[in-house]
Design a protein around this ligand. Structure first.
Ligand code: SF4
Ligand code: SF4
Length: 374
């Protein structure tokens, strides 16, 4: 979404002649690493080449009900319309893993509640913006005053494409950015600046003939290489979407209650994934190891207390419970699960109750199978 302040003009002309451009760029990158960023590249403020594919994506309706994506197309394509006066964009990334994952996808214990790794700790947006502001301050101390604006997933910006155009990695067939030496478990941020810095070169792509992410996707959301249908993607359904999740997708969701890492976990390049250099992503409230039944019993006050400063807050209590209900429906049969589902119906809204009913039905089916197999 465009910030109201984003039209602020980066008009200040800065005399950089006294600095060797390459040396200044290297110095900025060193400062970024010192601030805990995992990488830093300088991108040209131009993403025109993304438009044909993005328009096709919108035309096919793959953006689901994220209608804000239909707006500000010109600003997306041309970042100098978003922040006039922008001459270069400092793109950074932060690794968010706290432990190296296995290089291949391993099925999880079905009674566990699985939360996407980026969301188990503190919400990264504030951390990212705060550090980008500090980076801007350090640069000002060196070169003098100039204009800048930090962004972290907060404006109509093709952030992956800009970072890719400057060598931060390549877009994999799952549509995420991959770095050859660090995999894809990272988040991105940008500092728009009025500085005329030399741009970095794009990296080469290395997906080759691999289709592992397409094949593993539990809901077949990657409909063709580099094209993701959000309407089927578990990350969209469990985080952004507020309604009744289509029944044919509920089994595929399994026990993923907030987001999904499967296409990243299977990617061979994540054998090189690096861990975070800051503690903000450390899991809170055992969100890396909590059972479906335990988290199901969080009441709204507990949810609000335990998700303060966490990206999970964004989905809201009722949608969170909706997701856990699906997980419980997909769990192995348990009389305790059925009892907890039944007693919860009075506390939830109609949308959650639709999923509770479905989960009880699923559990009943499994109970019959359980009896037959005895
Ligand atoms: S996040 Fe999950 S559901 Fe979405 S494309 Fe990747 S594997 Fe598929
Ligand atoms: S799993 Fe394979 S195809 Fe998918 S992003 Fe990784 S390398 Fe590319």
């Amino acid at each position: 979404m465009a910030s109201t302040a984003s039209s602020q003009k980066l008009s200040q002309k800065i005399e950089l002649q006294q600095f060797d451009p390459q040396e200044l760029k290297a110095w900025i990158k060193a400062q970024a690493l010192d601030l805990g960023f995992s990488d830093c590249v300088i991108a040209k403020p131009d993403a025109q080449d993304q438009m044909p594919r993005f328009k096709e994506y919108l035309k096919r309706g793959y953006h689901a009900d994220m209608h804000y994506l239909e707006e500000n197309l010109e600003k997306r394509a041309n970042p100098t319309l978003l922040v006039p006066g922008t001459k270069s964009i400092i793109c950074v990334r932060m690794n968010y893993l706290v432990a190296s994952p296995k290089s291949r996808y391993v099925p999880f214990e079905p009674n566990s509640a699985i939360i996407a790794r980026y969301a188990r700790g503190r919400d990264y947006h504030k951390v990212m913006r705060g550090r980008l502001k500090t980076l801007a301050t350090r640069i000002k101390e060196k070169v003098g005053d100039f204009e800048s604006r930090p962004f972290a997933d907060s404006a109509p910006i093709f952030e992956k494409s800009l970072a890719e155009s400057a060598g931060m990695g390549w877009t994999g067939k799952h549509t995420l950015l991959i770095h050859k030496k660090s995999g894809s478990f990272f988040v991105l941020g940008e500092l728009f600046t009025s500085l005329e810095l030399p741009f970095d070169e794009p990296a080469t792509a290395h997906c080759g003939s691999c289709t592992a992410c397409i094949d593993i996707c539990p809901t077949q959301a990657i409909v063709e290489p580099y094209m993701l249908d959000a309407r089927k993607c578990i990350a969209y359904l469990t985080i952004e979407y507020k309604g009744i999740i289509p029944e044919d997708l509920r089994q595929g969701i399994g026990n993923r209650i907030f987001g999904c890492d499967d296409c990243q976990l299977i990617c061979p390049w994540n054998g090189f994934a690096q861990t975070a250099s800051i503690p903000d992503f450390d899991p809170r409230h055992s969100l890396d190891d909590i059972s479906l039944l335990e988290i199901w019993q969080w009441d709204e006050a507990t949810f609000l207390a335990n998700t303060e400063g966490s990206p999970i807050r964004r989905t809201g209590y009722q949608s969170f419970k909706r997701n856990i209900a699906i997980g419980l429906g997909n769990a192995p049969y348990s009389a305790e699960i059925v009892a907890k589902l039944q007693e919860a119906k009075i506390w939830h809204d109609e949308i959650v109750n639709v999923h509770i009913d479905w989960a009880i039905q699923q559990q009943s089916r499994q109970a019959i199978v359980h009896q037959i197999e005895k």
